[in-house]
Write a protein that binds this ligand. Structure first.
Ligand SMILES: [Zn+2]
Length: 331
């Protein structure tokens, strides 16, 4: 499990885990929907719910951000067309290593919740980051587990974290494939927001890697309406880099609120068993961001206020955790 690099920055000051996506080719339909928006009124297909109901809400040199009128979620399309996988290097994971104790505590809390609905079996951690959650999952009784990520640095860290634990398979999603078997649990710990071809990934996982009756656990940032209004105002009155940060460009591409998450689950025939909102890391992250602010220049202090502290106040419950089960049919 890895934590978000930008502690205290808006929605999920902490959270989860590695990240991201299958490096798959886009379908023709997706390519069509990726075409640049000609105006803010043009509607494109939503990456969350699939409805052709998303309109442009932020346009910068780095990305376009769209808001969906059906599921009310946000999603981004990077100007480069592809995620910058090289960004997930050793430096990116340094903050996760530095906050290992917090990762362990969060992982234990998540596993305690998970065991109430799926006490044992196998687990696939999609976006496993540096493997803390995977190791603890073994200690909680889950076996024949698998961790998948797109980052060499993450997988290297995970191999080190797991040490002598032998029944865990690690998969580099950029160069390898998931094992041809089904898991009782699939977890996305702060990873689903990073996935570029989310529909393709979900379809593959549901059709080929989730056991019948299996559970999916998702922990992801929660974006409330106040935060969205603030981001729109920031985009209008501040340099675009501020708004980019608030929209998590370029790392996070999918930003949910509770409504969007529920619509997303419905799209894939997933029934919500538990949905929690929390701010587990807000206090620690705000202390950390305040300390950083005090050490830095006025410019950095102002930036910290605008990008970290103010959004945290507007959006205090900045993280969601959902457990769902497959009731089919999947897409
Ligand atoms: Zn939508």
């Amino acid at each position: 499990m890895t934590q978000d690099l930008r502690q205290g920055s808006g929605p999920s000051s902490v959270s989860g885990v590695g990240r991201k996506s299958v490096n798959s080719a886009m379908t023709g339909e997706q390519l069509g929907s990726d075409a640049p928006a000609l105006s803010t009124n043009r509607r494109i297909r939503c990456d969350i719910c699939g409805a052709a109901a998303a309109t442009l809400c932020h346009d910068s040199r780095a990305a376009k951000v769209y808001a969906c009128r059906v599921c009310t979620g946000l999603f981004s399309r990077l100007a480069s067309g592809q995620e910058n996988f090289d960004a997930y290097d050793q430096q990116y994971f340094k903050v996760y290593r530095d906050r290992r104790d917090a990762q362990i505590e969060v992982s234990r809390n998540i596993l305690t919740l998970l065991q109430k609905v799926e006490p044992d079996g196998s687990l696939l951690d999609y976006g496993c980051g540096t493997g803390v959650f995977l190791r603890l999952a073994g200690e909680f009784g889950y076996s024949e587990n698998c961790g998948a990520d797109t980052s060499e640095a993450a997988l290297s860290g995970a191999a080190s974290e797991l040490g002598v634990v032998k029944d865990v398979e690690l998969v580099n999603l950029r160069t390898g494939q998931l094992p041809l078997r089904r898991f009782n649990v699939i977890t996305f710990l702060d990873s689903i927001a990073h996935i570029q071809n989310l529909d393709a990934v979900m379809t593959t996982l549901l059709n080929h890697h989730l056991a019948p009756g299996g559970k999916i656990l998702i922990r992801t940032p929660r974006i409330n309406m106040l935060y969205r209004i603030y981001a729109r105002l920031a985009a209008a009155f501040l340099p675009s880099a501020f708004a980019d940060s608030l929209y998590y460009i370029p790392n996070r591409l999918i930003l949910f609120n509770e409504t969007a998450l529920r619509v997303f689950f419905k799209r894939y025939g997933l029934e919500v068993m538990a949905l929690h909102r929390n701010s587990d890391y807000r206090s620690t992250s705000q202390v950390a961001s305040l300390k950083r602010a005090l050490r830095s220049s006025f410019k950095h202090t102002l930036r910290s206020l605008l990008v970290n502290r103010l959004p945290s106040l507007l959006n205090p419950n900045n993280s969601m955790l959902a457990i769902v089960k497959s009731v089919g049919p999947s897409v």
